[in-house]
Design a protein around this ligand. Structure first.
Ligand code: AMP
Length: 499
């Protein structure tokens, strides 16, 4: 059964069951199904270009899920856009993706050429519509497109097919023996981590409990919400769990139903996993690995006390995994202990690659003995029957769980009229990136205090990139140190500026 069929079966069998809860708002499986039929009917009536993407702007509301299902039932992939994405970037994504429609659940103060409606308006247009499976997204068609930071200076759209998604959900359910119960959703839908809780929850007929940005920002309300939530499956980045661990009362007594922790997206520190197993002795903790390009995650290792004692750095996969290999430049296996590139195989590798970016796709999606593979740009090594992560081979970083290309940030800063050149340096503590510093050469000499220029430049940057991508510190230089090839000498820059 594919994803839409699975949800249809649950909606028919248990229409009263709660599918989704967010800030006190709930929607049942029956209503989710009916309302998405209404959106789908209104989309069909709009006569959009076949299979053209539909952008869906909002933040954690049940109506967003209604719109996701409505779009795919009408035969269109959707592009989730969270409110944290600045308008300029929304505009770029709408244009670059050639979206035929923009649906929103939140206010969007932006003039766009793309036809724009609220989800509510669409539901009214399609009121009382019935199921029409004839237009549903086929298995080999794109189900969703998630935009992620791009080294060219522009975000790139990763296309995931209906089959990719169904394979991922089936694999995750089995690999992590997902229990029934309430699933937590913390990551906004424009991040692929959200797919790890949204579709497994819906496919199993469970309730998804979403946390909004506002709830997360207020510690007291966050823990009150968690206490009342009956959450059984926890999916977040390790960074978010680290924040929760700062509250000593976050433990099994507060969340007695919690059975499974799923972590993905960045290094899971030994100390975080260890503390979780102390605070939640009945729960299982999984370290999952995978990029957006291969549908969220492709490997999982259960973190046991034995692993915690043996390895300071936790493994990301078993060496026997059929989906992840450590290979050299000529795609041959490497010896134990030798560093190589992490290459991903299997039925969740994006079948379509990046949207309207053939060249970029061809660089990383390759054919290997007739099989489509993805070269993740991650490094790793084999040891004791496990695969360990060993950083990146490029300038991509993870900061507080967010994926970003340093080159994209640099290009955005260099596009500002005040800036002559720029290099962004990741600041690390114990191998973890903890902040970014922008080294800047201005066209004109600074006449005012540097902090005033920094404030000005940061405000300009926030118009085009999300706040988590804006470097914390700005340092102004008279000239950029160059190496003999004429490129920015990043090593010297770090040493000379004492970073
Ligand atoms: P994203 O596409 O946002 O999921 O980011 C994918 C990248 O996050 C991977 O290519 C890795 O660099 C990193 N990543 C994902 N999972 C892990 C993990 N368990 N340990 C270390 N890095 C990870």
């Amino acid at each position: 059964m594919n994803m839409l069929q699975q949800i249809a079966t649950i909606a028919a069998a248990s229409p009263e069951k709660i599918a989704y809860r967010s800030e006190g708002e709930v929607i049942s499986y029956g209503d989710l199904w009916q309302q998405s039929n209404e959106v789908a009917a209104a989309i069909r009536a709009s006569n959009l270009k076949k299979n053209s993407p539909i952008a869906i702007y909002g933040h954690m509301s049940p109506q967003q899920i209604v719109a996701f299902l409505g779009a795919t039932k009408a035969g269109h992939p959707y592009i989730p856009l969270d409110i944290s994405i600045p308008n300029e970037r929304v505009l770029h994504i709408l244009e670059a993706s050639k979206s035929s429609l923009l649906l929103s659940t939140e206010h969007l103060d932006l003039q766009v050429a793309t036809p724009h409606h609220t989800v509510e308006e669409m539901r009214q247009k399609g009121e009382h519509a019935e199921d029409d499976t004839a237009t549903w997204i086929e298995e080999d068609q794109v189900f969703y497109i998630i935009y992620t930071s791009g080294s060219t200076g522009k975000p790139k759209g990763v296309q995931i097919s209906h089959a990719n998604l169904s394979h991922f959900v089936d694999w995750l359910g089995e690999e992590c023996s997902l229990p029934n119960g309430v699933f937590l959703n913390q990551a906004p839908y424009s991040f692929d981590l959200s797919v790890m809780d949204l579709y497994p929850a819906l496919a199993l007929g469970n309730e998804l409990h979403a946390l909004t940005k506002k709830q997360i920002e207020h510690a007291a309300s966050l823990f009150e919400e968690l206490q009342q939530s009956k959450i059984a499956v926890w999916t977040t980045t390790p960074s978010f769990a680290k924040i929760c661990l700062m509250n000593p009362e976050w433990n099994e007594q507060m969340m007695p139903n919690l059975q499974t922790f799923l972590f993905c997206g960045e290094v899971l520190p030994n100390s975080v996993a260890k503390e979780l197993l102390i605070r939640f002795p009945q729960a299982k903790v999984f370290n999952l690995y995978g990029p957006t390009e291969t549908t969220v995650a492709v490997t999982a290792v259960e973190v046991t006390t034995e692993l915690l004692t043996k390895y300071e750095q936790l493994p990301i996969a078993k060496a026997s995994s059929s989906k992840l290999k450590v290979l050299n430049d000529t795609l041959q296996s490497v010896e134990d202990g030798q560093k190589g590139e992490l290459v991903i195989f299997g039925d969740t590798v994006s079948s379509e690659g990046y949207l309207y970016a053939t060249e970029q796709s061809e660089e990383v999606f390759k054919d290997f003995d007739g099989e489509r593979i993805y070269k993740a740009g991650d490094l790793g090594y084999l040891k004791d029957g496990y695969i360990f992560y060993a950083g990146r081979s490029d300038f991509q970083v993870k900061l507080h769980g967010y994926r970003m290309e340093i080159e994209e940030i640099e290009k955005k800063i260099e596009a500002l009229k005040e800036v002559a050149s720029c290099a962004v340096l990741p600041i690390k503590k114990d191998e973890e990136v903890v902040s970014l510093t922008a080294m800047i050469v201005l066209h004109d000499e600074l006449v005012d205090k540097p902090f005033k220029m920094t404030k000005h430049l940061k405000a300009l940057l926030l118009q085009s990139i999300p706040s988590y991508m804006v470097p914390k510190k700005f340092t102004y230089l008279a000239a950029m140190p160059l190496n003999i090839n004429g490129k920015i000498d990043r090593k010297r820059l770090a040493v000379e500026t004492d970073l």
